[in-house]
Write a protein that binds this ligand. Sequence first.
Ligand code: HAM
Length: 422
Amino acid sequence: MKITAPRGTFDILPEDALRWHWLEATIRRIFGYYGYQEIRTPVFEHTELFQRGIGTATDIVEKEMYTFNDKGGRSLTLRPEGTAPVVRSYVEHKLYSRGGITKLFYMGPMFRQERPQAGRFRQFHQFGVELLGTESPLADAEVIPVAVELYKELGLTDLEVLLNSIGCPACREEYQKELFSRLSSLRELCVSCQQRLQKNPMRLLDCKNPRCRELTEDVPQVTDYLCPACSEHLEKTLSFLDRAGIGYRLEPRLVRGFDYYTRTVFEVINSGLGAQNAVCGGGRYDHLVEECGGPPMPGVGFASGMERLLLTLEQQGKFAGFSSAPQVVLVVLDEKLAADGFELATGFRREGITTESCLEVKSLKAQLRAADKLQAKFVVILGEDEWKDGQVSVRRMADGKQWRVDREEVSRFIKDLSGREP
Ligand code: HAM
């Protein structure tokens, strides 16, 4: 029987890898402008990190983690997200002792055993930033444009920033009580919501079940329960965003599925993606560092799904001009010239000219057809007659024009011609 990739995972084939390289390079460049430095953490961690960090009553920890015991009987988990691992590393290496603010970014695969569908996978890739060391609302306001400006640079359109504040544990307690008293008598809530009601009533607002949404339509908004400090934090964050012209929509139902969040939470959505429309999610987490054994140290950040970004960009026609076509296809017409051809191709590559060559000597027609298929810009033909005169033929595929060029000059000739039309 044929063995396929596990459900919810996929291969990145050579033609797709180009897009990934471009996306990764753009992310690194833009994050560099904002002063974020890369951190790479292991793909698996002690299970306890996610239980403590994300929270045992969350969907991710309850239902979606790839958890296994290693041969030494330790419980390990493939990371479902990047924030808890980055904070673990920040604490373990005492990065806070360097003083001031720490700005980190990461990129890599994450794992969640969710039901696969368009834009939702079991192995997916995220990039994200974490800004640690300040409670200032300026930090909340600063991370949002990191995402927004990056998306602009990538050429994404039709995006919307949704924002809310879920307050601190103190103001949330009051709110959760209110929700519980209003909703606990409703028998029609879905099974998950019945459970959420017991553990974390606010998470009911996140339920996608239409009946649950109807039943919770008129519940009070969390922002009405914010303590003065949390209210002020929200107002300041919004005023900074307004000042910088960063658009957003206040979304009182946005609560996000991690227990570590405090105050600001946000998402960036793209309506073209259907149900899985969030390209980015983030927020503030003022107690996670302490939760992971560090000193009291606030943080804020976001993560963005790379597959969803690529999907959106593809829908918007971004990749039409993307190609891995070689500049040159080298055509050798005689077996005796194989070594000369090999030497010439090696020289081209040393000069930075992407070169393909047919590793078997075939007819000129067959090799030109292959060059056409590869969408090569030029074909360099090594025939016995030209070679005797120390020359090769260069054919420009766009218009079929052909030149005889001295072999010492051919790299320069191709480079000069590459910059010109057609
Ligand atoms: P999250 O909302 O769970 O947040 O994930 C962030 C983004 O990852 C989502 O908006 C989505 O684009 C992508 N994503 C999540 N799950 C999947 C999936 N199964 N398949 C494809 N893409 C997916 C976090 O992970 C937080 N750690 C974000 C954060 C960083 N908060 C503060 N700092």
